[in-house]
Design a protein around this ligand. Structure first.
Ligand code: PLP
Length: 510
């Protein structure tokens, strides 16, 4: 809400010493806050209820939202109702509705009622948990939630806080990869990185050609540079990293005097959900003394289901692992769960202790200070939304959500397979289906078929009922349908398939 007028020497209304009248422009009184808060919760509930009435994808042209906003902030505070009304007028038309049941793009970024309410409590508490002492509950709830999650996913014991490891919430999988890269370089430098940095040391980073772009970004930020990133060849059939190619890349770099620092293996690549052979990669990393980080940003959530845990085989060899509850586990953005096997090494790499943060309990070594586990100093109470979600759904509810996504995707893949005009490009075990119109015998030109597939995607998305995205597999245009929004039912997936087949019939008409 707007603060009191600048330059005024009056205390803000509603504060001790201020007027008892709750004016527009001052702090809300407690009762006003209660009313406004209920109105906001009602607004969100109405929004969720009305999702299907909106086109999934925002139709606003660039600059339209900017033009709908005043060029300058208001001088006087405004009534809360006016602000709420502008959500409908300005914001909603400019939204792509990620919680829409027809949202099948990218990977899901789903949320849920418990997550929203947990976040609301966190916002209301307004604590900053950089140190244990700045809010012990903020740290300890987080530690316990990450241990709970480790149990739910059946992660190796070494990642749990009663062993040498432990978990922390990062804002994103990208930050997790960055932090892993920094500790890996610290290890590869024999501890000299903190003083010497990375310049001209020739550190190298390995991932597959399918690894996420955040790995390259982390290498840039860490001072390794893109020249130090090796994109290891994949098996053309599974799109999984080839361990023999990894070994060759390591040998070539060592022979050239470079210092291999980290391998990032992926469980569920962004493009097609390929799964790298983590066990074999882990053996190689152990042999060469290289840090192994496993990025399971989207697919990690699948391990809440025992029947999908095979996808995590070999994880006991990883030095660090992350997945995003904010993708497929009903926890609103931002919430990346990141674990390390050796928390002491992580803290040693990142800690800096200025006098103004010094305190007796940190000095005693008895507590975790999560500021040492991440790039920023400050941190909010994100564990609350996770706590609300894990308790609100229970393991059974979370498994049901993941199984539902997997079942819808598998039903969709069956429809694709049953239609001769289409092919499933890479069958994955999760909730993503990659598919396309096949090359027809009379269409020799691959580029032409790619264009038809691109037009197919444009037509489907223009319907407003669904939103799908694309990738290229082996250079060929491929459509992706990722299930995971909390309100997606079979009828929405069936409607998507009907739109796709109708559009294909139109496009393929001679
Ligand atoms: N890693 C993988 C495998 C991903 O699929 C993604 C995003 O889709 C990311 C990392 C980046 O995720 P975040 O937005 O949490 O940084």
């Amino acid at each position: 809400m707007a603060a009191h007028a600048q330059g005024s020497d009056q205390p803000p209304a509603g504060h001790p010493g201020g007027s008892d009248q709750p004016p527009a422009g001052g702090h809300l009184s407690t009762d006003e806050f209660r009313r406004a808060g209920h109105a906001v919760v009602d607004w969100i509930a109405d929004y969720w209820q009305s999702l299907e009435k909106h086109p999934v994808l925002a139709a606003t042209p660039p600059g339209a939202v900017t033009r709908a906003l005043p060029a300058a902030p208001p001088e006087q505070g405004e009534p809360f109702d006016a602000i709420l009304a502008d959500l409908d007028r300005v914001v909603v038309p400019g939204l792509t509705h990620w919680q829409h049941p027809g949202f099948f793009g990218y990977f899901p970024a789903n949320t849920s009622a418990p997550s929203v309410l947990g976040d609301l409590v966190s916002a209301g508490l307004g604590v900053q948990g950089m140190l244990w002492t700045t809010s012990p509950a903020c740290t300890e709830v987080e530690t316990v939630m990450l241990d709970w999650l480790a149990q739910l996913l059946d992660l190796p014991d070494r990642f749990r806080s009663h062993h040498a490891g432990g978990g922390v919430i990062q804002d994103s999988a990208s930050s997790a990869t960055l932090v892993a890269t920094l500790v890996a370089v610290h290890r590869a430098s024999g501890g000299t990185w903190r003083d010497a940095g990375t310049a001209s040391h020739g550190y190298t980073v390995y991932t597959s050609t399918q690894g996420h772009s955040s790995i390259e970004k982390a290498a840039r930020i860490a001072g390794i540079g893109e020249r130090g990133v090796r994109l290891v060849e994949v098996d053309p059939r599974t799109l999984a990293m080839r361990p023999d190619a990894l070994r060759s890349a390591l040998n070539a770099d060592l022979a050239a005097g470079r210092r291999p620092a980290i391998v990032v293996a992926t469980i569920g690549t962004t493009s097609t959900t390929a799964i790298d052979p983590v066990a074999e990669i882990g053996e190689i990393c152990a042999e060469y003394g290289v840090w192994l980080h496993v990025d399971a940003a989207y697919a990690g959530a699948a391990a809440v289901c025992p029947e999908l845990r095979w996808t995590h085989a070999g994880l006991e060899r990883a030095d660090s692992y992350c997945f995003d509850p904010h993708k497929w586990l009903l926890t609103g953005f931002d919430c990346d769960a990141f674990w390390v096997a050796d928390r002491a090494e992580l803290v040693e790499a990142l800690t800096v202790m200025p006098e103004y943060l010094r305190n007796a309990v940190t000095d005693s070594g008895a507590v975790v200070d999560y500021r040492d586990w991440q790039v920023p100093l400050g941190r909010r109470f994100r564990a609350l939304k996770l706590w609300f979600v894990l308790r609100g759904y229970g393991a059974q509810g979370l498994r049901a959500h993941v199984r539902c996504g997997v079942a819808h995707a598998s039903w969709f893949a069956e429809q694709v397979r049953a239609d001769d005009r289409f092919e499933v490009v890479t069958p994955g075990p999760f909730s993503l289906v990659c598919f396309r119109l096949r090359d027809q015998p009379n269409q020799a030109d691959a580029a032409l078929v790619d264009q038809v597939n691109e037009s197919l995607l444009d037509r489907i998305n223009a319907s407003g009922q669904v939103f799908l995205t694309h990738t290229r597999v082996d250079g060929r245009f491929t459509l992706r349908l990722a299930v995971g929004a909390p309100r997606t039912e079979r009828r929405h997936v069936a409607a998507a398939w009907e739109l796709i087949t109708d559009a294909a019939t139109d496009l393929l008409r001679p």
